[in-house]
Design a protein around this ligand. Structure first.
Ligand SMILES: Cc1cc2nc3c(=O)[nH]c(=O)nc-3n(C[C@H](O)[C@H](O)[C@H](O)COP(=O)(O)OP(=O)(O)OC[C@H]3O[C@@H](n4cnc5c(N)ncnc54)[C@H](O)[C@@H]3O)c2cc1C
Ligand SMILES: NC(=O)c1ccc[n+]([C@@H]2O[C@H](COP(=O)([O-])OP(=O)(O)OC[C@H]3O[C@@H](n4cnc5c(N)ncnc54)[C@H](O)[C@@H]3O)[C@@H](O)[C@H]2O)c1
Length: 494
């Protein structure tokens, strides 16, 4: 037993620190200090509970070092340059390729050079104790931390353990995969140079964003998609516009292309990608952007009757089903694999833990203070490609599958004055999905340059279930792209 790995905060001072045998006792133990674990800890500490956080890698998690921040730092100059290139008078100034070294250096800054010192002061300031090492459940309310030196620390939670261990990239077990040393999202967001030729497998969000980034940073990109289009969970026009733009940016987009095997015979040699049907392609690196798996394989789930390696199913307060004390928040519960949505869950779960600890009954009714209701109906997402895609709520197909009587209303964004001012040759499209019973919006999707910053208005409309008759009075400013709202409503009303 050692306390040497507690590197910040106070270890449950004044809270019965050795109340559970030799274990250190806290009100709440959070396993995983990604954006979600940090927010659970913050909310619980703000409610006056003592909190320990366990982290095996870097405080800040995947999002800060190998996902949101570095990927968006790579993409921001790509999008800004594309926007400038559509404006006479400015296009000439951005004719040269991007300065890849400068973009990568700025990316390194945004990833804090893969150091988490900046986060430690914050944890300290909110009075949360950090235990560095691998956390495992060890029966009810208990977590054992295996520190970097192999020492073990036992933590006991009086009220709750919150598992916030996130997700990892899935790489399919294809023949030759180990020798091929494929990139996952980690390498794609942290690489120190652009490979000459990059094969990207998967047409989801990671695939299209990383194809967009590296194509602009100097790689010859081939995007291999086994289905018939990109961004398959969104409205079809979104993937179509992104595919067209990727092709225009010099990437090769191949649909119906399934990878059967990979070969890299020399460690410093190229990788050969073998497609089903036998075709062979050569690349310098191959990125598998083929989805995520929960980081629950080595978490001691078997000690509390749960299946190691599984996504953790939770109720709307993010408490694991049939448990009084175990919460699972963020990617690991598989409700919505997005930082902002995980942080929302963290605010809800932190408040629910505090309410239950105080002996109060949490308000878990739909849209109550302790229910992450938006996870079901109103998850927003921005895909930072050129053009951007922004969506919230249900797509037409999802709404129909859920049994709603709906109408999709479409509008060509290039016909909006603000869009034509934004860029010459503006191409984009908008769709709202109207619930015909209640005359409210179930979902909105926008695809086009500059639409990312527009989506929150749609989120407010969907979450607020604002009737169309009232939206009619929400007047968008002229001449902004948001005038598309007026055009969609006019189209709906005919
Ligand atoms: C390339 C890429 C780009 C993305 N871009 C965006 C974006 O632009 N916007 C967006 O909203 N989302 C984005 N996402 C998704 C986003 O990264 C995740 O939804 C988010 O990181 C989830 O946060 P989390 O705290 O649940 O998990 P994580 O960020 O994965 O953090 C989990 C933490 O738990 C730690 N941990 C795991 N197991 C243990 C253990 N046993 N003991 C101790 N610690 C442990 C890990 O080391 C990690 O620090 C992106 C994802 C990828 C892959
Ligand atoms: N801007 C953002 O909000 C952002 C950016 C990146 C990632 N993310 C989040 O991260 C998560 C992970 O993204 P992702 O793109 O890895 O996953 P994803 O599930 O969105 O897409 C993976 C794609 O790979 C395909 N695929 C799976 N196995 C395959 C195989 N063996 N061969 C070929 N194709 C295969 C799937 O059909 C799917 O289309 C997403 O849920 C997303 O929400 C968000």
């Amino acid at each position: 037993m050692s306390e040497s790995s507690a590197v910040s905060g106070t270890a449950a001072e004044g809270s019965g620190r050795h109340g559970g045998g030799d274990a250190l006792v806290f009100d709440v133990v959070v396993v995983g200090a990604g954006p979600v674990g940090e927010n659970v800890a913050d909310r619980a500490a703000a409610a006056g509970l003592s909190v320990a956080v366990v982290e095996s890698e870097l405080v800040g998690g995947e999002c800060s070092y190998w996902a949101c921040m570095p990927s968006k730092a790579l993409l921001r100059p790509v999008i800004a340059r594309a926007d400038a290139g559509r404006l006479p008078g400015l296009a000439g100034a951005v004719r040269e390729p991007l300065d890849t070294d400068a973009v990568l250096a700025r990316r390194d800054e945004f990833a804090s050079h893969w150091k988490d010192d900046g986060q430690l002061g914050w944890l300290d300031s909110i009075g949360v104790s950090l235990y560095r090492g691998h956390g495992r459940l060890d029966g009810e309310r208990r977590v054992t931390v295996e520190g970097p030196d192999g020492g073990r620390t036992a933590l006991t939670a009086r009220h709750a353990v919150a598992v916030c261990t996130g997700s990892r990239a899935v790489v399919p077990g294809l023949p030759g995969i180990e020798d091929a040393r494929p990139w996952t999202s980690r390498e794609a967001t942290s690489a120190k140079a652009a490979p000459g030729r990059l094969a990207v497998v998967g047409g989801g969000v990671v695939g299209v964003e990383m194809a967009t980034a590296w194509a602009a940073l100097g790689s010859r990109v081939t995007l291999l998609v086994r289905g018939d289009g990109l961004l398959p969970r969104m409205e079809p026009f979104a993937g179509e516009l992104v595919a067209e733009a990727l092709a225009g940016a010099g990437a090769e987009v191949r649909t119906g292309a399934s990878v059967a095997a990979v070969e890299r015979s020399r460690p410093d040699g190229p990788v050969t990608v073998v497609l089903e049907g036998g075709e062979r392609l050569e690349a310098d690196e191959i990125l598998f952007a083929t989805g995520r798996a929960p980081r629950t394989g080595d978490l001691g789930l078997e000690t509390v009757g749960l299946e190691p390696g599984s996504w953790l199913s939770v109720d709307d307060s993010c408490r694991v089903r049939d448990s009084e004390w175990l919460y699972a928040v963020g990617d690991v519960n598989h409700r919505a694999l997005l930082t902002h949505q995980g942080k929302y869950q963290a605010r809800i779960a932190g408040a629910a833990i505090a309410a239950r600890a105080a002996g109060d009954t949490p308000d878990t009714r739909a849209w109550g203070a302790h229910a992450a209701t938006a996870d079901h109906a109103a998850v927003p997402q921005v895909v930072f490609t050129d053009p951007e895609v922004a969506a919230v709520g249900l797509s037409l197909a999802e709404a129909e599958r859920a049994g709603h009587r709906v109408r999709a209303v479409d509008y060509d964004l290039s016909s909006v004055a603000g869009a034509s001012l934004y860029a010459d040759g503006y191409r984009g499209r908008a769709r709202m999905v109207v619930d015909l019973e209640r005359e409210i919006l179930l979902g909105v999707t926008l695809a086009g340059p500059g639409v990312g910053e527009l989506i929150h208005a749609a989120t407010v409309a969907v979450v607020g279930e604002v009737p169309i008759s009232r939206l009619w009075h929400a007047v968008p400013s002229y001449p902004t792209i948001s005038e598309v709202w007026l055009r969609l409503l006019e189209t709906y009303r005919g």
